[in-house]
Design a protein around this ligand. Sequence first.
Ligand SMILES: [Zn+2]
Length: 531
Amino acid sequence: MQGACVLLLLLGLQLQLSLGFIPVEEENPAFWNRQAAQALDVAKKLQPIQTAAKNVILFLGDGMGVPTVTATRILKGQMNDKLGPETPLAMDQFPYVALSKTYNVDRQVPDSAGTATAYLCGVKGNYRTIGVSAAARYNQCNTTRGNEVTSVMNRAKKAGKSVGVVTTTRVQHASPAGAYAHVVNRDWYSDVDLPADAQTYGCQDIATQLVNNMDIDVILGGGRKYMFPEGTPDPEYPYDVSQTGVRKDKRNLVQEWQAKHQGAQYVWNRTELLQAASDSSVTHLMGLFEPADMKYNVQQDPTKDPTLEEMTEVALRVLSRNPRGFYLFVEGGRIDHGHHDTKAYMALTEAVMFDNAIAKANELTSELDTLILVTADHSHVFTFGGYTLRGTSIFGLAPSKASDFKSYTSILYGNGPGYVLGGGSRPDVNDSTSKDPSYRQQAAVPLSSETHGGEDVAVFARGPQAHLVHGVQEETFVAHVMAFAGCVEPYTDCNLPAPSDLSDAAHLAASPPSLALLAGVMLLLLAPALY
Ligand SMILES: [Zn+2]
């Protein structure tokens, strides 16, 4: 019996091994020597771009730790019929990289609120607080006033640039809120979320601050329900009472925002977004595509929901009309949610879309006048190992059995809902189960929501002053590089020469809208009845 088991195990192993792949050219040392020599050549020729940046774009992959970047590289490579790990992401091709230390002032492992304060405002704050220094205390409204810190986006606006926020979460979520809000509790999305003492002391909810605190030219993401009076039916889900407006103060914040700016347009679906993008009379654009967070990319309805790549392109086209340049924050916000749920398929497919958006921005702007930074706010307790064979799915199994004679997935989580209770015995897993999009990878400790990880995250950079992105830095460094490169406060005397004449508007005008965007507009013109 035991012998039969061993035989079956060996057969299984052989089958697994046969799925792996060794590229013939990689057996030859000349392959590696040639490739490294080429990389060396590129490195030797690398020249810092010493001008100011007319435009600054910050891409934030929420929860996109280094293991997530690597796993995303493998997934995206395999989606393009490559083996995976050798195929660079768009962000991998940026010439400068640093590590960012993500801790909050009061927590060794941070959340997305305190970290947003760091990389957007340049000052570290406390866990669950946004846009306030660490002198402000979580949930204590009366510690807000006097402790506000200002985002680089706010300072860029003061310097005459156009500014925008794009995210796949609700636009009032912790990361985007760091660009415009000052709040001691990240959950104060609308006035109904404010406790009585916060109302007494005059603290404002995040949605109110979105329209009150500063003039944001482009706002794209989810979060409709926090903007409308209680009971207002949602346009997309008119019969779902759980999706209606929630504001007790009866304010219509979208209307208030529109009234402030001539040329301000509000849209709530992809069709309207594409129309607005091609309308040059639109100076301000707010697009809210879900009542709360947007859907995961793989669950989107392509006729209703724009992708992050499309939202990024639209934002760039609207913002780049300003001859003084722009500041844009783009968040892949649901990478984090997939991980919290220990559904790696969701996290990594979101991260692929995030990288697609980076590729689009890289293509639509010039490195001569546009600084692009790509980073994460924090990591997750996500890992992948198990000596998997080259070319096997990132969602697949390790080739050997574990000590309990069961299979295990390459991807595992340190904690989270993937822990399976039941007599101390973990379930076996097979290759098809592990590749199911809704599969939860196993976790060592049961939690309803997997936690963030505490290790450093990467910062990738290209464009003017990108060479400053080096070494191991505090997360606040990201904000300071952006402020310095853009010559905005406190670096208005940056002494940097203006970027070369190639204006981004010209660059964008020279590059036609992407095929996807064009196809969308054509369909609109030809067959409006379809929508
Ligand atoms: Zn999170």
